[in-house]
Design a protein around this ligand. Sequence first.
Ligand code: NCD
Length: 312
Amino acid sequence: MSLAQIKGRSLVEPEDFSLDEMENLFNLAEKIEKDEKYLRESCRGKLLATLFFEPSTRTRLSFEAAMLRLGGSCLGFAEPGSSSAAKGESLADTIRMASSYADTIVMRNPKEGSALLARNYSSVPIINAGDGGHHHPTQTLTDLLTIKRKLGKIDTLTVGFCGDLKFGRTVHSLAKALSRYNNIRMIFISPSELVLPDYIKSILKKQKIDFQEKVNLEDALKEDGIDVLYMTRVQKERFFNEDDYIRLKDTYVLNTDKMSCAKEKMIVLHPLPRVNEISVEIDNDPRASYFAQAKYGMFVRMALLASILGVV
Ligand code: NCD
């Protein structure tokens, strides 16, 4: 395994790790999942700081569960109002301090580019848990591991992304990451107001990715042979105007009628939280993979922390 190369590195954008390094993380995550005792206590004495300037359930809890399962400890805040950010402290100063207390930092912040800034001021690795509408690379590790586990491969696939493709950082990171794999087609399904940003489209064009943009989900399910449907919520917190949010929030609702147009072997992913975009009646459909996805997120974060902290 070449996981030793990850020791001491930050993860700010999905391409910070090579495809081989990601593959090694996925293999390690599988090993951890299969053997409860593997790497238990390997991080004893190590500290993880979780600095969440924006709400989170899965990402923060799965990082904390990952660190505790590895035998390490966690400190931090889930509410910026309880940190000195509320007194006007700069992010650079907060990071300087946190990096003198902890061995690695996981940070979520509403500003695009904040993870890169944090990396520049930190003396320990920074893991980006979401910087505004920009990137969310550990969700991408989670998504890719789920695709691999459910479909047995991460190549020769048609991936449909549906919902808020403009502000959805998980979409930006996953599309960029998938563009490095072989023979991936992408179908982007969104209302015209929420299309994928141009900078992501130009990366896909440069990588010669076959992609299309559509408005109608049902048509895409019927016509495009989608293998992975990646549903997303409309990102309320990034809208300037509440009326626009209310108008767009229920554009797509995946229900049994729409699922009947999809491939029998398609998987449905969602980074969660869902609002209305996947009807609960889909939860028992064998193709619904979003809860399994959330669980894989903890195993891949265990693999990531163990590698960054150099215990594997
Ligand atoms: C996502 C996020 O924060 O970008 N959530 C997550 O980390 N699983 C998606 C979202 O909030 O819609």
